[in-house]
Design a protein around this ligand. Structure first.
Ligand SMILES: [Mg+2]
Length: 415
C-alpha cells in the first residue's frame, strides 16, 4: 500500500439535492425551508429530504413530519418528483464531465474523480469551474460541496467538512489535524452500532482511532473494513474492490389510500415486478426473496429461498405465500405504512446451474419465454403495456422510481 503525498481524489456531494432541484424549478420555493415528502397530499408521516434553509432551522433529511413541523412551523411540504431528480442527475454529470472526468458515481448526488498530476496543482480552479458551469448552464440554486484529499475516504470527509457550498482541500502535508477536529460519528463508515463498539473499546475520539493499531481496529470491526478505514485515514492509497451487486429491491412508503392490506399488496406486487425486471435487465437470477411490511401492529419481515429464477411468475408465486403468511399474523384491521420487497442471493446469468428437476421443468421455461415476450413488448413501447396480473394505476408514477440517495433510477423504472 502506498502512502500518498499529494491530493489524488476529488469528492463532490450536492447540497440538499432534491430540495435544491425543486427550488431551482419552482421560484416560489427559493430561500424557504422546504421538506420533501414521499407522496402528494395529506397523510405523509415523514420527510425524505429537506432544503438547506430547513436544515438551518434544525430539520434533518429523514425526520418524522410532526417533529419537523414542531421545529420549523413554516416548513413547506413538497411531494417528491423522482423522474425530475434523475434528469437533473444526468445533466449535472455532463456539466461536471466538461471540467473533469468522473471516475465513480457513488449515489444520485455524490461522485468522485481522480486527479491527474496537472489537476492536482489547481484544485480550487477545478472546484470553481464545476460550480460556475452548474450555476451558468443549469441554475444557481443547485449547489455542491467539493473535497480534495489523498484518497476517496478523506476527500469525502473533507467535502462534508466544507458543507454547504464548500471547496475544502485536505492536503497530505496538512494532515491529520483537520481529522482530529471531527467527531467519530462524522466518519462515514461509522454508524451508531460501530460507535458503541468503539466506545466500549475506549476509543472516543478520531485521534484515538487514528493512533490505534490497525490490526486492533480490524478486530473491532470484525472484518477488513476497519483496517482499510485506518489506512484511508492515514492517507494511503486504498483500492477497494467494487462491490458486487447482492440484491435488487424496492421499498415504498404508502399513501393513505394504499394502506389497506389489499391495496398494499398491489403496491408490493408492483414493486416486485419492477425488481424482477431490473434483475433480468442486468442479467441476473435470484435465489431468495424478502418481504417486509411496516404494519400498524408492528414490523413484519421474512425471507424465502427461490430456485434461481428471474421471471415474474416464479417470484410472484413465492411472494403470495409470504404475503398470506403475513396476513395470517397481522390483526384483522391492520394497515401497512410501508412495504419492501428484495430479490437476493443474486448470481449472474452465465453461472446459473439448474438442478435437473428445474431443467426438466417445461412449465418454468414457458413462463420464462412468456416473460421475455412481455419484456420486449414493454421495451418496444417504452412503458408497461404487458404485465403479469393487475398493476395498480393510482400513484403508480413514483412506485418504481422511488427517491433514493443510493440508487440512481433508470428511465425504465418510471414505466
Ligand atoms: Mg448530498
Amino acid at each position: 500500500m502506498r502512502l500518498l503525498d499529494d491530493i489524488h481524489c476529488l469528492y463532490l456531494d450536492f447540497d440538499s439535492f432534491f430540495a435544491s432541484i425543486e427550488q431551482q424549478i419552482h421560484k416560489e420555493l427559493r430561500g424557504k425551508p422546504i421538506g420533501i415528502t414521499p407522496f402528494k397530499g395529506s397523510g405523509n408521516r415523514c420527510l425524505i429530504a429537506c432544503s438547506t434553509e430547513a436544515k438551518r432551522a434544525g430539520v434533518s433529511n429523514v425526520m418524522m413530519l410532526d417533529e419537523a413541523k414542531k421545529i420549523c412551523p413554516n416548513i413547506i411540504l413538497v411531494p417528491q418528483t423522482p423522474a425530475l431528480y434523475r434528469r437533473a442527475h444526468n445533466i449535472l454529470l455532463s456539466e461536471i464531465e466538461s471540467v473533469i472526468p468522473i471516475s465513480a458515481i457513488k449515489s444520485i448526488d455524490e461522485l468522485s474523480c481522480d486527479l491527474d498530476k496537472y489537476q492536482r496543482k489547481v484544485p480550487m480552479q477545478i472546484a470553481h469551474d464545476i460550480k460556475r458551469n452548474i450555476a451558468e448552464n443549469i441554475g444557481p440554486y443547485i449547489k455542491c460541496s467539493i473535497g480534495f484529499a489523498a484518497n476517496r475516504q478523506l476527500a469525502k470527509m473533507a467535502c462534508k467538512a466544507g458543507k454547504p457550498n464548500g471547496a475544502m482541500i485536505w492536503h497530505p502535508k496538512d494532515m491529520p489535524e483537520p481529522l482530529f477536529a471531527l467527531e467519530l460519528g462524522d466518519i462515514p463508515a461509522i454508524g451508531t452500532r460501530m460507535l458503541r463498539r468503539l466506545k466500549d473499546a475506549n476509543i472516543h475520539t478520531v485521534e484515538q482511532l487514528y493512533m490505534a493499531n490497525p490490526k486492533h481496529v480490524r478486530k473491532l470491526w470484525r472484518n477488513v473494513t476497519g483496517e482499510r478505514l485506518w489506512y484511508a485515514l492515514h492517507g494511503y492509497e486504498i483500492k477497494v474492490p467494487e462491490n458486487n451487486r447482492m440484491m435488487f429491491g424496492h421499498g415504498r412508503v404508502l399513501p393513505p389510500k394504499s394502506r389497506k392490506l389489499s391495496a398494499a399488496r398491489e403496491v408490493a406486487r408492483f414493486l416486485l415486478i419492477k425488481a424482477a425486471r431490473r434483475l433480468r435487465r442486468e442479467h441476473y437470477y435470484a435465489s431468495g426473496i424478502h418481504l417486509s411490511v411496516s404494519l400498524k401492529s408492528g414490523y413484519w419481515s421474512r425471507s424465502h429461498p427461490l430456485p434461481m429464477v428471474h421471471d415474474d411468475q416464479a417470484v410472484l408465486a413465492q411472494f403470495e405465500i409470504l404475503w398470506r403468511t403475513m396476513r395470517g399474523q397481522a390483526s384483522v384491521y391492520d394497515i401497512a405504512y410501508k412495504v419492501g420487497v428484495t430479490l437476493f442471493d443474486i448470481s449472474p446469468a452465465h453461472t446459473r446451474q439448474l438442478n435437473f428437476l428445474l431443467e426438466d421443468n417445461d412449465q418454468r421455461k414457458k413462463w420464462e419465454m412468456l416473460n421475455n415476450a412481455m419484456d420486449s413488448l414493454n421495451d418496444k413501447y417504452g412503458k408497461t403495456v404487458a404485465s403479469m396480473g393487475f398493476i395498480p394505476v393510482q400513484n403508480k408514477d413514483n412506485i418504481g422510481g422511488k427517491i433514493s440517495f443510493t440508487r440512481i433510477p433508470s428511465a425504465e423504472d418510471f414505466w
